[in-house]
Ligand binder design. Structure first.
Ligand SMILES: [Zn+2]
Length: 339
């Protein structure tokens, strides 16, 4: 596996929408102070229509860097409020309608305030495809979750930015889940100390009677590893995985999307159990012998914007296939899942 690097996709040759923006980008680059690229500059660029149709590795990396710079941001922390503001401002900057799904997670340590963030992109149809990832970090001293929390949030943002000015066949909700991580232990509370945000959203949509509008869900998780290798997630819906893997192969990304299979418990399961076709894209092989996962080695230097870009691009380009499949439900047999 070739280690992936950041910065390979600066689109200097793309004309900016205005002279001011191009100059702002150039200034940031020339000064070589990414931290100094002001929020203003980012917002200007973010509000512009994406013409490439592709995610941008540098932008993806910058999202992770900014989230990591907030320090640990587990559910209910002061720092996660800053993460929420950042994510919401980005999504609004892309011209999307942003709403909050605020609730209390009943955890082994009591009630914890949590917030899912939802940005809507209206499509031709009212039926919805969800593109999702979590942004909370595991409750652990010093844990910043560059990959586990950071990369998934960055991928949702980048996918949203690229698609924001399009009118897709299906309505798309970009959803950032809170409370994916366990507060004490994944198996605590009879296995319910996890995936608070996705479980809450499913029950909320059920109560509102809108869950039947949700036709598919793509989940990003830990897709920022420099050494990107994603296995077919065995709990996901086979036709969804097939559509994404077919697209990956067509883009010559088969070395990142492996044919082997692995089962992962994650935010996709509450939706799958409610009858929604799902695909969990997760690289659960992070560092030597997976040693960066849930340790304080999950840091910015182990994450690549290029990896995030690759996964976003595959999903963006797989969407027409997914839509086509949804248009023809006869060809979409649901996997029978034992509960
Ligand atoms: Zn985790």
């Amino acid at each position: 596996m070739i280690p992936l690097r950041n910065g390979a996709h600066l689109m200097l040759n793309k004309p900016g929408p205005t002279r001011t923006i191009s100059v702002a980008i150039l200034l940031c680059l020339l000064l070589l102070v990414p931290a100094g690229c002001s929020a203003q500059g980012n917002r200007d660029v973010a509000s512009s229509a994406d013409k490439s149709g592709e995610a941008n590795a540098t932008r993806a990396y910058e999202h992770v860097r900014k989230l990591v710079a907030l320090g640990p941001h587990p559910s209910g922390s002061d720092a996660i409020k800053k993460a929420q503001s950042y994510l919401e401002n980005e999504l609004k900057g892309y011209g999307l309608q942003v709403s909050e799904d605020t609730f209390n997670g009943e955890t082994p340590r009591g009630s914890v305030p949590m917030k899912n963030i939802i940005a809507e992109l209206r499509g031709e149809k009212p039926e919805i495809v969800l593109i999702t990832g979590h942004y909370d970090t595991k409750l652990q001293a010093g844990f910043v979750g560059a990959n586990d929390g950071g990369s998934s949030a960055a991928a949702v943002l980048e996918t949203a930015r690229v698609l924001a000015k399009s009118e897709p066949e299906y309505t798309i909700w970009f959803v950032l889940f809170d409370g994916e991580e366990a507060i004490v232990d994944w198996s605590a509370m009879d296995g319910r100390d996890n995936t608070y945000g996705s479980r809450h959203l499913v029950s909320k949509l059920k109560t509102e009677g809108t869950l039947n509008r949700v036709k598919a869900l793509v989940l990003y998780d830990m897709i920022g590893d420099k050494d990107l290798d994603i296995k077919r997630e065995g709990e996901s819906t086979p036709w969804m995985i097939d559509a994404i893997w077919r697209t990956a192969r067509s883009l010559n990304y088969q070395k990142y999307f492996l044919d082997s299979e692995q089962d992962i418990s994650d935010d996709h399961l509450p939706f799958r159990d409610a009858g929604v076709p799902v695909a969990d894209l997760i690289d659960f092989n992070y560092g030597p012998e997976h040693s960066y996962w849930h340790t304080n080695l999950d840091t910015l230097d182990h994450v690549s914007g290029e990896s995030i870009k690759i996964v976003c691009d595959v999903v963006i380009k797989a969407l027409p296939d997914i839509f086509k499949h949804l248009d023809n439900p006869v060809a979409a047999p649901a996997k029978t899942i034992p509960h």
